[in-house]
Design a protein around this ligand. Sequence first.
Ligand SMILES: Nc1ncnc2c1ncn2[C@@H]1O[C@H](COP(=O)(O)OP(=O)(O)O)[C@@H](O)[C@H]1O
Ligand SMILES: [Mg+2]
Length: 358
Amino acid sequence: MRLKFHLLGFDFPAFSYIRFLPSLTNPVVRLKMKSKTTRGSVDFVLCLTQNTGFVKEPILIDKTTNMNILVLSKGPQLYSTKSIVRAGEKRGHQMIVIDYSECNLIIEEGFPHIFYRGVRVDGIDAIIPRIGASGTFYGTSVIRHFEAMGVYALTSSEALLKSRSKLRSMQVLVNTGILMPKTIFPSPYLSMHRIEETVGLPCVIKLLSGTHGIGVILVNDRITAESILESYVKMKQRFIVQEFISEASGSDIRVLVIGGEVVAAMRRTARQGEFRSNLHRGGNSENIELSKEEQETALAAVKALGLEVAGVDMLQSKRGPLILEVNASPGLEGIETTTGIDVAGKMIDVIEGNRGLF
Ligand SMILES: Nc1ncnc2c1ncn2[C@@H]1O[C@H](COP(=O)(O)OP(=O)(O)O)[C@@H](O)[C@H]1O
Ligand SMILES: [Mg+2]
């Protein structure tokens, strides 16, 4: 197809292809053209800002410096999603939020592609997955499809899967020298007596896929522990039982590791009468300077799981820092408001830094 475009005072003589991005508000036409001022061909993206079906103002994005970045999120209104979009737009990128559960994944030999709300998804440079615990299967499938299409994923499907289960991630970390609370994944037939022998009492019972402190129970006596475990087995819930680190005194440390660096850290302290320090459970947060050992532990855990973006939860114990879990889709509100650090901006920095590789 050969067409002529007159736009912003320029004549675009020809372009090799037109691609529409899947956003209803920002359809994108991509122009590929030769430029006399730069070497080789320059990829421009022409964004036609559309309002209720009418093309309004065109914007040219120079693809040599700017990108189309897709945020996979079910919550465009969430603080974290908005913060990522703002950080990307500040740097001149086209940020599009799509609900990954509405992506249709098409498999044709040698030609994986995706349709979103009936529109083919194309022209994407990178994706930022923000996949909630309940969306792991669908979310990782969508990421894997983008990976097959050659699109850079800030969180890879593999790393997301590894970190999603509290058991699986601990199995990845167990041989790396990183310390963790003593933990047991019991068979449904193991007696409470043996569990008690292994982790002691009080103990912490955790659902494998829980988040925000939900499904994390502190149990002081054997009778209560037994009845909780029986109920979970009956309900076919998977769980681990963990040694209780009492000296942490209701506090933990959340460390944001991005692009192989510690970018922010805070201490979270549980509210009165609670042992879970999650902010969603009413915990408080404050700035904290990490010790060298804490920094190294967080970095080693994130490296072992292969994550570019991670929120590491650690307990300060008599034995040194203990890793509790590594979150692949950490919330940004608590850490950004507590530390004042532009964490979302650091995420965009990683994508920009990897640019030559995708
Ligand atoms: N073994 C433990 N000993 C002491 N406190 C713990 C232990 N495990 C969890 N906690 C507390 O409970 C909170 C939630 O546990 P965590 O494993 O991070 O689950 P979630 O994924 O729901 O956040 C932690 O931030 C910590 O404050
Ligand atoms: Mg946690």
